[in-house]
Design a protein around this ligand. Structure first.
Ligand code: ATP
Ligand code: MG
Length: 331
């Protein structure tokens, strides 16, 4: 499988506070040197605590917000510096679905009209008639009816609105979709329906997904590989099954523990002694909370170690290394 997306050293800084004439404006680094490759047809999950930078990465990958550093390679082409006009073809190929995708619809226009307009603008349909036919077909494909074409956004339920968002994205014939917590606002029963729909569509249209989420059981069932983010840094990337059975990084273990063993304390609980030692500028971002931190962890952030093609981690004291190396030898 060829690489569809290569994220190379992606960084995002947001300005904080006010700049004065003499003092340079302070910045907050929301994303810090992230490398991630997504193959064509693959579903990669991005997980991490709230505020860890997941949506920022997703939006930068689509160039909806500009990176402060690093590059995005789409199908072999560096798109980081392309201007708006040069990006037009890529805006069509890359779409995003977020929690309530239909909230960005204009409440005073029918949903059909709003799906057709960008199709004509981006040239994915040759005529209005053709665009309308495509939309009728798509509405049915996502579980709605062609009569819904002339309805207004407020006439739909949460699940239906998400289906409309999916239809709008697919109408542009994309290759790559960022799914930014697409089901977190929905009831559990509806969540499953939408996730199954997304999986069917992925296969049918040979789509590539970056799936952002919190719910780890969903991610396990949905994704081929998972990338774990902590405070803007990737700390582990592994095949879904491997990450669930053999997480190396304490952050991955913490995220898994917090759902798998509710009676067990997560690793990040009450570690005030370490917090006092943390050196925010140089040490590992997790060192202040990590039970396994050693002196080195407070001095420099660890580089990504490549254990195998499908497993990388950034930690000086990974927890399952011996077990796994034994397993690898016996394989
Ligand atoms: N436009 C902005 N200006 C300033 N700070 C921002 C901006 N957008 C995001 N941030 C900050 O960057 C960090 C990462 O935000 P982001 O939305 O990417 O997190 P997330 O992992 O998607 O969180 P959640 O799970 O809550 O959606 C947060 O601390 C957030 O406050
Ligand atoms: Mg987010």
């Amino acid at each position: 499988m060829s690489n569809l997306i290569e994220i190379k050293g992606l960084t995002k800084e947001f300005p904080i506070g006010n700049s004065t004439f003499l003092k340079k404006r302070a910045v907050f680094k929301a994303v810090h040197g992230v490398f991630l490759t997504i193959k064509r047809g693959e579903i990669v999950g991005l997980i991490g605590e709230s505020g860890s930078g997941k949506s920022t990465i997703g939006r930068m990958a689509l160039r909806l917000i500009e990176p402060s550093g690093g590059s995005i390679i789409y199908d072999g082409k560096d798109i980081t510096k392309l201007n708006h006009k040069e990006m037009m073809g890529y805006y069509q190929k890359m779409q995003i679905i977020f929690q309530d995708s239909a909230s960005s619809f204009n409440p005073r226009k029918t949903i059909g009209e709003q799906i057709v307009t960008p199709m004509l603008r981006l040239g994915v349909a040759r005529s209005r008639k053709e665009a309308e036919m495509d939309v009728y077909h798509l509405l049915e494909r996502v579980g709605l009816k062609r009569e819904h074409f002339v309805r207004y956004p407020h006439e739909f339920s949460g699940g239906q609105r998400q289906r409309i968002g999916i239809a709008r994205a697919l109408a542009l014939k994309p290759e790559f979709l960022v799914l930014d917590e697409p089901t977190s606002a929905l009831d559990v029963s509806i969540q499953a329906q939408i996730l199954n729909l997304l999986l069917d569509l992925q296969e049918e249209f040979n789509l590539t997904y970056l799936f952002i989420g919190h719910n780890l059981s969903i991610i396990k069932f949905f994704c081929d590989r998972v990338a774990v983010l902590y405070k803007g840094r990737l700390v582990e990337v592994a095949d879904s099954d491997r990450l669930y059975t053999n997480p190396f990084h304490p952050v991955s273990r913490m995220l898994l523990n917090s759902v798998l063993t509710l009676d067990k304390k997560p690793l990040a609980d009450d570690l005030s002694e370490n917090t006092a030692k943390i050196n925010r500028n140089t040490g590992c971002v997790f060192s202040g909370k990590c039970l396994y931190a050693t002196e080195l962890c407070f001095e420099a952030h660890p580089e990504m170690e490549v254990l195998s093609a499908n497993h990388q981690y950034a930690c000086y004291n990974p927890q399952n290394v011996e077990e796994t190396q034994e397993q690898l030898v016996t394989l």
